[in-house]
Design a protein around this ligand. Structure first.
Ligand code: GLU
Length: 307
């Protein structure tokens, strides 16, 4: 079917032009398993209502990392309601790094927002279920219904984070002390590490972006979460989805987006399409260098900033 616009050509040119920018970034070293990635990979995918368009390394699996925070937040809001969630986590962006502990003591005694690690760990503690498996099943189950396929985790990355996640452990214990973490600290961390280790590829992320763009309706036309939950989570993606680079990203690209330290970026153009990028080399804030360059370029060409 003709779409009236040659997305394939735009995406191919975009990957070619932006791939060399990987040289300006670095692989994350604080999770040993992620250090083994290939910094030269670059992919971009766009899911519209008429089809999927993709270029570059869009079928290479990587772990969701921080992108998983949007799914646990959706599940927590749906299952527990916004009031219960926002009793334990705030709604303000911070200018601090994603794994910072500093605001926990100096602000209003709750993690500032659900997109930083402390906030996401607090949100994980709110996912209902009698066991970690059951709770994880709620998060993975949502993704399975969005993508219409089974979800797997990367065992090596999961173990790597579990063994070396000392800072996340410190955050979780601090949260427990200030009454922002429900249940057992180690179980909540286990759930958090599992969700971070879920495997996806760039094409999957574009489909997920379309699910957000369609206000929570999957490709088969089934509503999976409420439009209200999607609106809340998309707003957090605008204000804090790109770590402490969210302001600049809003100016340069202008869409709800969430990045992860394995190099993925999930983007949503509300009512129009899902867009996703992959490029493992990161800037100093933890965002994919190539991903941001590619999104900047196509945002200008397709004029999709929401602002
Ligand atoms: N698993 C990573 C961590 O907890 C996620 C960080 C990220 O992608 O920003 O540090």
């Amino acid at each position: 079917m003709s779409t009236g616009f040659d997305y394939a050509a735009l995406l191919n040119e975009t990957v070619e032009e932006c791939r060399p920018h990987a040289e300006r970034g670095q692989l994350p070293s604080y999770i040993p398993e992620l250090k083994k990635g290939n910094p030269k990979l670059a992919g971009i995918a766009l899911q519209t209502t008429t089809g999927l368009f993709e270029a570059g390394d869009t079928r290479v699996d990587f772990t969701l990392q921080s992108i998983s925070k949007v799914f646990s937040l959706l599940v927590a809001i749906e299952e527990r309601g916004p009031e219960a969630v926002f009793a334990k986590v705030g709604s303000e962006p911070t200018g601090d790094p994603f794994n910072s502990i500093v605001k926990l003591e100096t602000s209003e005694k709750k993690p500032p927002n659900p997109m930083i690690n402390a906030g996401a760990i607090a949100v994980c503690s709110l996912i209902p279920g009698a066991s970690v498996e059951e709770r994880f099943g709620r998060i993975a189950g949502l993704l399975e219904r969005i993508l219409d396929r089974p979800i797997k985790i990367d065992e090596a990355v999961y173990q790597s984070e579990k063994e070396t996640g000392h800072r996340n452990r410190a955050l979780a214990h601090f949260l427990k002390d200030i009454n922002c973490l429900e249940g057992d600290v180690e179980e909540v961390l286990d759930l958090y590490f599992r969700q971070c280790s879920i495997l996806v590829n760039c094409a999957d992320l574009a489909r997920i972006g379309m699910f957000f763009a369609a206000k929570g309706i999957n490709g088969a036309g089934t509503p999976l979460v409420s439009a209200r939950a999607v609106r809340l989570v998309s707003t957090f993606m605008v204000t804090c989805g790109m770590y402490n680079g969210s302001g600049e990203f809003a100016i340069q690209v202008g869409i709800p987006a969430k990045s992860g330290v394995s190099g993925g970026i999930l983007g949503v153009v509300p009512g129009r399409f899902g867009v996703a990028t992959f490029g493992p080399a990161l800037d100093r804030k933890g965002n994919s260098v190539v991903g941001i360059s590619m999104l900047k370029r196509i945002s200008e060409v397709l004029d999709f900033s929401i602002f």
